[in-house]
Every structure is written in structure tokens, then in C-alpha cells.
Design a protein around this ligand. Structure first.
Ligand code: PLP
Length: 286
């Protein structure tokens, strides 16, 4: 495997940044994860737009032009011979002597990219089974709309899920409303067939998959209510699912100890998963 590190393609096993990289010391950096499908980058434009926004929100200099970004992205996917998988991009404020305040303009941002293959069959099998989620109190900062590498609460929440035999943890705010998953956006399907997902304010990450599912739902004549829902409401929903670039649309069949529907993936989630890429932007590598 090969990774891109600050202008060079290096063997993955030797891909490293300095110990004083601000991403390492302060989580002072942002990232993106793009799905690669049949040799195409899924929703490339939306991911780069969100990366630009994350950088702007943190006043991190844009490390290179968009054209250069896309060139490197394609190169990393190609060099790793990834046909189906994930592309990871990370930009940090750079390497500087440890000091909380920003370094001067002479410090260039660090950029790394890597790509890995992920089996489509595995994803399909998981989706046929659906997954369990647990709920956990929201304990993140109030700007989780910025896709920063500061993911410790997400790490702890997902570990807690794993230890409970579940795949994801849904954060729940102090009023009992679900915000989102540790690495996914959360959705429910009401008894009348409507989809509900939390509005994309500062309390959730505005998922690219979420936006595409909203477009797709419209295409299928399914209405979407963008509003917060409580854990209680989710437990009596007809269906539940999560969305992310890595899971696409993944049915949820259990929330805490409550089985959702008949405990198998619901038809709406299955259909959205099946047709997802009709509504996505697919950019060929060559
Ligand atoms: N919410 C969080 C906290 C995430 O980390 C992610 C993806 O990693 C998402 C939502 C889903 O976003 P996307 O659909 O852009 O992958």
C-alpha cells in the first residue's frame, strides 16, 4: 500500500508525520472519508466542499488547489488499486513547536491521504442483517458540524457500543433527542412512511450520504421531515437506519434493548441502500 504524505507517495508502512504535527498534539486538523465504488469517487465535489468549509471554520490555510487535490486523490486510489473501498484525507495546521496558539504563515498545513479496499459483499451481508445501536449521552463540543480529527468522545461511544454487542452509538442530547451516531447520521421511518432526521445545524455533521438520501427520497416520492426525534420515538419507529460514506445506508434493527419493527431490516432502508448511487455523483478515476 502507498500513502500520500506532504507531496510524496510513500510506502504505507513508512507513512509518518512529525511528533509536533498539530493534528497529533492538539487534534488541530480536519478530515474526509470518501467512498470508492467500481473505480469511481462517490460525491467528490460535496466532500471537497465540506473539507473547504471545515478548513475555513478553523482558519487553516487551504493546502493546495482543488485540481491538485483531485489529482492526488485519484493517484492514491490508483496506486493502491482500490476498486471498491475508502479514501481518507487529512489536513492539519502543520508542524510547529508546541504552542496552543496558531503558528505563523511560514508553517504549511500537513496533508495526508490513504486508500483501502473494502469488500462490497461484506457490506451487503451486514446490511441484510442490520445492526444494533446503543444510546449514550451527548458529550461533544457544540461545533461537531466541523469534521475535525478530535474524535475522542466518538471513539469512547463506539467502544461502549462494541462492548454492549452493538455496532454504533447514538448520542442523545440533554432533552432526550438523538443527535447522530459516533460516525453516522441517524434516521427513523415513521408509521406513515415519512423519514425523519435531525436538521443539520451545529449539533451534527452534515453528512454527504445524508444529503444524497434526502435527494433520493424526494425522487422516490418519500417525504423527509428534518426535525429532531427522541430516543423514545425512535424505539417505536417502523424502521431506523444510519448513513455514512462507509456504511452507505445501514438498517438498524435494535436500539438499546428495543427491537425495531420485526427485528429485520425495513423495506425503506433496503430500497434506499439499493438505489443510493443513482442519486450520488460518480467521478471516474481516469
Ligand atoms: N456523523 C459523524 C459524526 C461522522 O463521523 C460521519 C462520517 O464519518 C457522518 C455523520 C456521516 O457523514 P458522511 O455521510 O459524509 O460520511
Amino acid at each position: 500500500r502507498v500513502a500520500y504524505v506532504n507531496g510524496r507517495y510513500v510506502p504505507h508502512s513508512q507513512a509518518a508525520v512529525h511528533i509536533e504535527d498539530r493534528g497529533y498534539q492538539f487534534a488541530d486538523g480536519v478530515y474526509e472519508v470518501c467512498e470508492i465504488l467500481k473505480g469511481q469517487i462517490v460525491d467528490l465535489t460535496a466532500h471537497l466542499d465540506r473539507l473547504d468549509r471545515s478548513l475555513d471554520e478553523l482558519s487553516i490555510r487551504h493546502p493546495m488547489t482543488r485540481v491538485a487535490f483531485v489529482t492526488v486523490m485519484k493517484e492514491v486510489v490508483a496506486r493502491n488499486r482500490v476498486r471498491d473501498g475508502l479514501l481518507y484525507i487529512q489536513v492539519t495546521r502543520g508542524v510547529a513547536r508546541r504552542d496552543h496558539v496558531f503558528p505563523g504563515p511560514e508553517v504549511a498545513p500537513s496533508v495526508i491521504m490513504s486508500a483501502k479496499s473494502v469488500s462490497i459483499e461484506k457490506g451487503l451481508k451486514a446490511a441484510e442483517k442490520g445492526m444494533s445501536v446503543i444510546t449514550t449521552p451527548e458529550n461533544r463540543w457544540d461545533r461537531v458540524d466541523i469534521k475535525t480529527v478530535g474524535l475522542l468522545p466518538n471513539v469512547l461511544a463506539k467502544q461502549k457500543a462494541k462492548e454492549a454487542g452493538a455496532k454504533e452509538a447514538w448520542f442523545v442530547d440533554k432533552d432526550g433527542y438523538v443527535t447522530e451516531g459516533g460516525s453516522t447520521n441517524a434516521w427513523i421511518v415513521l408509521n406513515d412512511g415519512k423519514l425523519v432526521t435531525r436538521p443539520a445545524d451545529h449539533g451534527i455533521l452534515r453528512g454527504i450520504t445524508r444529503s444524497v438520501v434526502m435527494k433520493l427520497a424526494e425522487k422516490h416520492g418519500i417525504s423527509v421531515e428534518e426535525r429532531a426525534f427522541t430516543v423514545e420515538e425512535s424505539k417505536s419507529a417502523r424502521e431506523a437506519f444510519v448513513t455514512s460514506a462507509s456504511l452507505v445506508v445501514m438498517p438498524v434493527v435494535k436500539i438499546d434493548d428495543q427491537v425495531i419493527g420485526d427485528g429485520t431490516p425495513g423495506p425503506v432502508a433496503i430500497e434506499l441502500r439499493k438505489t443510493f448511487h443513482e442519486a450520488a455523483e460518480l467521478i471516474k478515476l481516469t
